[in-house]
Design a protein around this ligand. Structure first.
Ligand code: URA
Length: 243
């Protein structure tokens, strides 16, 4: 393995090519432990936990595992056309590091979205064989009936799908909104990640989803302390729970 020089370190965490990283150092913008580093070719015995670039302290991890609270009107695409891109809510350097979303949420949906630059992690969670369950909280346009619940648990046929898809679990919960209003919600757990799956399932039984929030993926729940649009790194334990 080539020695870990300062320009290599910066480039590996999204600060451009090694040449661009060297320019940052020469401009005096890079500090470690409060000291400006002047030599872009300086060798580091080990990866420091953080480094300061242009006044901002940044962690030096190369493997990105991120949870984000997606707001509505944000698209899970690098080339978003009609709305803001989810990647615009993250530091630009994450895009340079190859970050992708793990599956997608519609522009009209909100809640937990995972992002990573590690193909095996993305693949494991997206793979239907691994069977990570996803839970969504929805509000509906019409009252939710026992007959609709029974049908969803038995399985419904969606257009262009070969097999019926079924809800693994359904519960009804009354929640209090931040403004004090109480609303009836339905929490539905599914195993697949088909296009507009939850909306299409409720439409198939004669109802209509008005709002949709993803509240968990596999063992991971949406962190209630994350504001809409906010993100945080996953802990090592959270990553290990998937792998
Ligand atoms: N099902 C939907 O209909 N939309 C989503 O964003 C996710 C699941």
């Amino acid at each position: 393995m080539p020695a870990l020089t300062l320009d290599r370190l910066l480039s590996s965490i999204g600060f451009g090519s090694r040449k661009e990283a060297r320019a940052l150092v020469r401009m005096g913008l890079v500090e470690l432990n409060g000291e400006v580093l002047e030599d872009p070719f300086m060798e580091l015995a080990e990866r420091p936990a953080n480094i300061t670039v242009n006044g901002e302290e940044v962690p030096t991890v190369e493997k990105l595992y991120v949870m984000l609270h997606k707001p509505v009107d944000v698209e899970c695409s690098h080339n978003a056309r009609d709305h803001q891109s989810v990647f615009a809510l993250l530091p630009d350097r994450f895009t340079a590091m190859g970050i992708q979303s793990v599956g997608r949420l519609d522009a009209d949906s909100e809640g937990l979205i995972l992002l990573s630059n590690q193909g095996d992690f993305i693949h494991k969670i997206e793979s239907p064989k691994k069977g990570f369950l996803k839970r969504y909280r929805v509000t509906l346009a019409r009252p939710f009936t026992e007959a609709q619940k029974t049908e969803l648990l038995k399985g419904v046929m969606l257009k262009d799908e070969r097999r019926p898809v079924l809800a693994r679990e359904i519960s009804e919960e009354r929640v209090v909104l931040p403004d004090g209003r109480e609303v009836d919600t339905v929490v539905i757990t599914i195993g697949e990640g088909l296009y507009h799956q939850v909306r299409r399932m409720f439409a198939a039984v004669g109802n209509h989803v008005e709002t949709l929030t993803r509240i968990s993926v596999g063992p991971l729940e949406l962190d209630a302390t994350l504001e809409k649009g906010g993100w945080r790194f996953l802990t090592d334990e959270e990553v290990a729970a998937f792998l």
